[in-house]
Design a protein around this ligand. Structure first.
Ligand code: ZN
Ligand code: FE
Length: 255
């Protein structure tokens, strides 16, 4: 039985995710922006909560945790390096750690950049990658703590992942990310096509998440620093990929 993944819109534009294993009855929650929509979803589905996986310390990813735990005692998993500024952890994990959930392997990846010690959770058997504010749909998280080079190297960790890997990121920023993408990659036909799909989804109140790595490789400028057309557009033909990435990130900050 494949794991069931439920997307829960929270706050203004955050997402939390439930991952449910029907065989064992276990349910994991990725990030806790606020308690009420998550608890409503759990109660409607009749699921108990077994684990909470925290990606990073920002309030819009942890603030709902005490309220959720009060009703659903669960094991809290988070980054070892971030433990001093996260809620109390039952299991502290670091880059390249593995643990199992619902009979599957969960790989922990350090995806520093947005914050230092931001982690992501990769379930290769389910082709699911919970990236929060590292790799985002058509974008990447703003660099509050890390350098462009750190974020670039974090995103490079997706290079070996299969194209069908589904990207579950932490926010619904896709429409504005797409508008920005057209400013650095204006002639990309895949991007032009994708914008129509995004506009349709947002007009109908649908999440643009999950995306796939294949689509991101075709349309996310932050995964395309090696693209000759983008380099030419930025007057950076032949520059190092980190320099191209840095310029794209700087432009996004001003966008
Ligand atoms: Zn954040
Ligand atoms: Fe966030």
């Amino acid at each position: 039985m494949p794991l069931e993944i439920v997307t829960i819109p929270c706050l203004q534009d955050n997402y939390a995710y439930l991952i449910h294993d029907a065989a064992s009855g276990q349910t994991a929650l990725v990030d806790v922006p606020e308690a009420s929509p998550i608890m409503a979803e759990l109660s409607q589905r009749g699921w108990a909560l077994s684990e909470v996986w925290i990606t990073h310390h920002h309030p819009d990813h942890v603030d709902g945790l005490p309220e959720v735990l009060a009703q659903y005692p669960a094991k809290v998993v988070g980054s070892k390096g971030d433990a001093h500024r996260l809620p109390p952890l039952d299991m502290a994990v670091a880059d390249a750690d593995n643990f199992s959930f619902g009979g599957e392997t969960v790989q922990v990846l350090d995806m520093s950049g947005h914050t230092i010690d931001h982690i992501a959770f990769y379930l290769p058997e389910s082709d699911a990658f919970f990236t929060a504010d590292s790799l985002m749909v058509m974008g990447c998280g703003r660099l509050f703590e890390g350098t462009p080079a750190q974020m670039y190297l974090s995103l490079q960790k997706t290079a070996e992942m299969p194209p069908q890997t589904r990207i579950y990121s932490g926010h619904e920023y896709t429409a504005s990310n797409a508008s920005f993408a057209t400013t650095v990659d204006p002639a990309n036909p895949a991007l032009i096509l994708r914008i129509t799909d995004i506009e349709y989804k947002r007009a109908n109140g649908l999440p643009t998440i999950p995306s796939t790595l294949e689509l991101e490789r075709e349309t996310n400028p932050f995964l395309r620093a090696d693209n000759p057309e983008i380099q030419e557009h930025l007057n950076l033909t032949g520059a190092s990929h980190i320099d191209v990435f840095t310029e794209i990130r700087a432009r996004k900050d001003r966008f």
